[in-house]
Design a protein around this ligand. Structure first.
Ligand SMILES: C[S@@+](CC[C@H](N)C(=O)[O-])C[C@H]1O[C@@H](n2cnc3c(N)ncnc32)[C@H](O)[C@@H]1O
Length: 447
């Protein structure tokens, strides 16, 4: 029997999706050259694709690049096993809208909002603090880097107390893409800048923020202090040990996916204990504010229960990455999303019409076109990711304006799910029993 290493990527694509890729795409992924953790990722991705009725002809060069270049540098194994503090401004704007639409009246004391596993620099917690000036926001993470180095272009790297390089995050543009192409060289580059700048700091033992600059590069010690405001406080703590006043809202995005389902359940329970009686916990995964999947758990008289599972329609577009992003086997939210997406893809005549409309819009916006081999080909080889994201946002607005969101929701309703469009504009369903780590009737959770 062939081992996974002996099989080509294209063999696996054929095994899972029933057809081979065009040679150029297939050859762009060398399974044996991927680190083992990225090989495991590939298997999970193909299994999810199959489960969600994904057609091999939805495969495209952007997805191939993500798999071969981005994934190996995004997973914890690429960062010495550490969960990377990846975060981005406005990543959770839609969820902030969701929370504000719940209209929780403020009483004498400000409501508490916890951004659990807020990442670093904590830009999403800062966004939320600006959006809710009357609330008290806590950004919680088990680690905040001691030093942050921004290069002259705005790409940054985090260093620990001893000046050991931990992580870098590049901007979504072409120079950023180049940094990810050679992570080792990028690490050396940031180490060199650090060595140049560190001697310029005056107080390396202090707790206040201090910034030094040279040649346009900037090193900041205790950068976390720069984000503190009257309504934003940071707490360095593991979820398991966190002690805070009862929270109306806990947002735990892009954290639980790093943990096995059983551990997630424990973490959800721990977070649930920090909730106020009528509080909510939002937990899930998303990309740059796009391709979101999340569950909303509510604390009621009988304990914590999942009141909705929601996802954005762009998860079922042709150029999608996040529905395939899992770190552990049996990711419950990714599986639930795959099942819902599969139901939508199986619907005739919806799917062929929707799929053709996406093709048309991708071509109209000069992103890519479907050629005679049946696959999408990019019109420009080097479209900067930030430019693509702007066009992508327009495209999905158009798709929604044309009524596809409501039609997709109606398909799920007909399939037996209680379905609605939630106030973030995402498709929401009432989760079926046991589809999420915490089930509706989970006895342990009853008060
Ligand atoms: C990928 S970042 C996500 C950041 C942010 N929530 C976002 O969505 O942009 C995950 C963060 O979770 C933190 N984290 C992981 N496990 C944690 C735990 N048990 N307690 C507190 N923080 C944790 C990591 O340190 C990391 O900064």
């Amino acid at each position: 029997m062939q081992t996974m290493q002996e099989k080509s990527f294209d063999d696996l694509v054929e095994r899972f999706l029933g057809m081979r890729l065009p040679r150029q795409m297939a050859n762009a992924v060398s399974l044996s050259e991927l680190p083992p953790y990225a090989q495991g990722f590939t298997m999970r991705m193909l299994a999810l694709m199959k489960r969600s009725g994904y057609s091999v002809t939805e495969f495209n060069p952007a997805l191939i690049r993500w798999l071969s270049a981005s994934i190996p540098s995004m997973l914890p194994d690429a960062w010495g096993g550490r969960i990377p503090p990846i975060t981005l401004p406005n990543r959770h704007s839609k969820l902030d809208v969701y929370v504000s639409n719940r209209n929780m009246a403020v009483g004498n004391e400000p409501h508490i909002f916890v951004d659990m596993g807020c990442g670093f620099p904590p830009v999403t917690a800062a966004d939320t603090a600006r959006k809710f000036p009357d609330w008290q926001i806590y950004g919680v993470d088990r680690s905040f880097a001691d030093f942050v180095l921004y290069d002259k272009d705005g790409h940054y790297a985090c260093f620990d107390q001893k000046g050991v390089f931990q992580y870098f995050q590049a901007l979504m543009n072409l120079s950023g893409r180049a940094l990810y192409a050679d992570p080792e060289a990028t690490g050396k580059r940031f180490n060199k800048f650090f060595a140049d700048l560190f001697p310029l700091l005056q107080d390396t033992d202090g707790t206040a923020s201090e910034t030094v600059e040279k040649d346009g590069n900037k090193l900041i010690h205790n950068h976390i202090r720069d984000f503190e405001t009257d309504n934003l406080t940071f707490v360095k703590s593991d979820i398991a040990e966190l002690k805070l006043p009862p929270a109306k809202v806990i947002r735990c995005m892009n954290v639980l996916l790093y943990f096995q389902p059983e551990i997630r359940k424990t973490m959800l329970l721990q977070a649930g204990e920090l909730l106020d009686d009528d509080g909510i916990l939002i937990a899930g995964t998303n990309g740059l504010g796009i391709q979101a999947r999340y569950a909303v758990y509510q604390k009621g008289a009988d304990g914590l229960f999942p009141s909705e599972f929601a996802f954005s329609l762009d998860n079922i577009g042709h150029i999608a990455f996040m529905p395939w992003l899992t770190i552990c086997e049996n990711d419950p939210e990714a599986i639930l999303l795959a099942d819902l997406a599969g139901t939508i893809r199986a619907d005739r005549p919806f799917w062929p019409e929707f799929s053709s409309r996406i093709d048309e819009l991708l071509q109209e916006h000069e992103i890519c076109e479907r050629r005679s081999d049946g696959f999408l080909h990019f019109q420009r080889d080097n479209m900067p990711p930030d430019e693509y994201l702007k066009i992508n946002a327009l495209l999905w607005r158009q798709i929604e304006d044309e009524g596809y969101l409501d039609r997709a929701a109606a398909i799920l309703e007909r399939a037996g799910y209680e379905t609605w469009i939630n106030s973030a504009g995402d498709i929401a369903v009432r989760p079926l029993a046991n589809s999420l780590p915490i089930a509706d009737e989970c006895d342990e959770l009853k008060c």
